[in-house]
Design a protein around this ligand. Sequence first.
Ligand code: PRT
Ligand code: ZN
Length: 213
Amino acid sequence: MMLLKLAIQKSGRLHDDSVKLLKECGIEISNNVKNQLKATASNFPLEVFFLRDDDIPQYVEDGVADIGFVGENVIYESKKNVTVTELLGFGKCRLSIAVGKNEPYPNVQCLESKKIATSYPVLLQKFLDENKVNAEIHEISGSVEIAPGIGLADAICDLVSSGSTLFMNGLQETEVILKSESALIKTPTLSGEKQRILDKLLFRIQTVKKAKN
Ligand code: PRT
Ligand code: ZN
């Protein structure tokens, strides 16, 4: 029996919505998925792998997983050769630039020669290049929002959803460089048989999405 291999986040902001979407598609996977590395659906030809979200594009590019559910921010930052096949409607956020709330920000040119802290150096560099701005990118892996307050950077580029983290750190959002939500990505080469399983899954996902609109 051929199984389509799906990678989803093991734990974190996308995990519950990923499992919920499968459930809404009528796909049953065992209850206690949190402590497992993989699970097989009982009523659909699907095997689910639980991974760090950052690792999902690589696994899908390599074909270790056929498809994955992961944020567009992670997909485009990774530069992996995968196809975004369907947007999933959860995990919505934006990748934005923010500066101190009292800093003047007339336009993007005011970032010239500034230090910007981010976990998204690829997407930030692309944005700066498109706007012909030279700035110094400081790559840090977490707690980006505190960087201006401790004198590590003049600005940040980080994910925002409600905006309360920026507010609590005395920052103002000045540019949105990417709007992101979770997406289904697909490996570059999929056998005909697996593509047919994927088509069935996509049909169900589209039906679930339509019912929500
Ligand atoms: O362990 P693993 O590597 O799998 O998870 P992770 O810790 O890297 O990621 P996780 O679970 O935090 O986020 C997974 C994905 O959720 C992200 O890649 C985004 O696609 C999506 N997402 C949606 C968000 C947010 N909203 C979000 N608000 N990811 C992070 N945040 C953070 C943001 O970085 C900031 O620190 O929340 C804070 C801001 O939130 P607000 O509401 O205060 O603006
Ligand atoms: Zn991650």
